[in-house]
Ligand binder design. Structure first.
Ligand code: COA
Length: 256
């Protein structure tokens, strides 16, 4: 069944999200310059085991407003979204910048989470200076550089086109803010403080957040489980959706 497009007021402004399924709430956060629809395969593939909610962060997709320039600010918005939807402890899953946001929520407000999913992300997300330079100049050439590093060589062209669509629709000022937020993010020294059951998913061919970032997450977060997805780059949920669904499904089934 197709996901429903919904809206809710978050901090007095309308926010858009996609929703599918019923059961334990699982909130899926997109990455820099993305939108909730990047999780469309999971909204479809996991609807039999969870209530899946994939918001468009401020300034992205159908949620208007300026974006944020700090991961903490996005984390505060996500907590306000959980309040607005009246959600109790949720499983919070984030991709790339969304993973940084989810990790921040886990460190700041662990009582709001029943589980944490970290997909193609890291505890420190330094960004290539050239990417920041191009977006800072308002140049769309930043996308070419990001694209050249994003996918597994085995990913079909159609999937790449699909993944690129949302990115290139996002305003360059918002994208620049996202990459600045990533560049300033660093909780490597705090991973031992995470007290939420955690799943780490890595794309084996990821060059933007390479597998060593995932190994650091899984090695330092107590009890975390690592799943490496073969033939996937920085977008495993689109490049290998069935493997990501299987990892999330097993993780959800094992939660108390
Ligand atoms: N987890 C574990 N280790 C990490 C890490 C993470 N998330 N982030 C950095 N490190 C490690 C690096 O492996 C490196 O270790 P080393 O000294 O043993 O080689 C060290 O910390 C310093 O790395 P970094 O902070 O990245 O600084 P740098 O000056 O070496 O490199 C970049 C800067 C931008 C070139 C590099 O971070 C990079 O290539 N990033 C990926 C590309 C990108 O732009 N990604 C976008 C992310 S949203």
């Amino acid at each position: 069944m197709a996901a429903a497009s919904r809206r809710v007021a978050v901090l007095d402004r309308p926010a858009a999200y996609l929703e599918a399924g019923a059961g334990r709430p699982v909130v899926l956060l997109h990455g820099a310059a993305g939108r909730g629809a990047v999780w469309r395969r999971q909204l479809d593939g996991l609807a039999d085991v969870a209530r899946l909610i994939a918001p468009d962060l401020p300034g992205h997709g159908d949620t208007a407003g300026p974006g944020c320039r700090r991961i903490d600010a996005y984390a505060a918005w996500v907590l306000a979204l959980l309040d607005a939807l009246g959600l109790g402890p949720v499983v919070l899953v984030g991709h790339s910048m969304g993973g940084a946001i989810a990790l921040t929520v886990a460190l700041q407000s662990p009582g709001r989470l029943a589980g944490l999913g970290l997909v193609a992300t890291g505890a420190r997300l330094r960004v290539l200076p050239r990417i920041l330079e191009l977006f800072g100049e308002g140049s769309s050439r930043g996308w070419n550089l990001i694209s050249s590093l994003s996918y597994s060589p085995r990913t079909p062209a159609g999937t790449v086109t699909d993944a690129e669509q949302a990115l290139r629709e996002t305003a360059i000022t918002v994208s620049f803010g996202d990459y600045q937020a990533c560049d300033a993010f660093d909780v490597l020294a705090r991973l031992g403080e995470v007290r939420v059951p955690t799943l780490v998913v890595a794309g084996a061919d990821d060059r933007l957040t390479p597998p060593r970032y995932a190994e650091a997450l899984a090695g330092r977060i107590p009890g975390a489980r690592l799943v490496a997805v073969d033939a996937a780059g920085h977008f495993p949920m689109l490049e290998q959706p069935q493997a990501v669904d299987a990892a999330l499904r097993a993780f959800l089934a094992a939660l108390p």
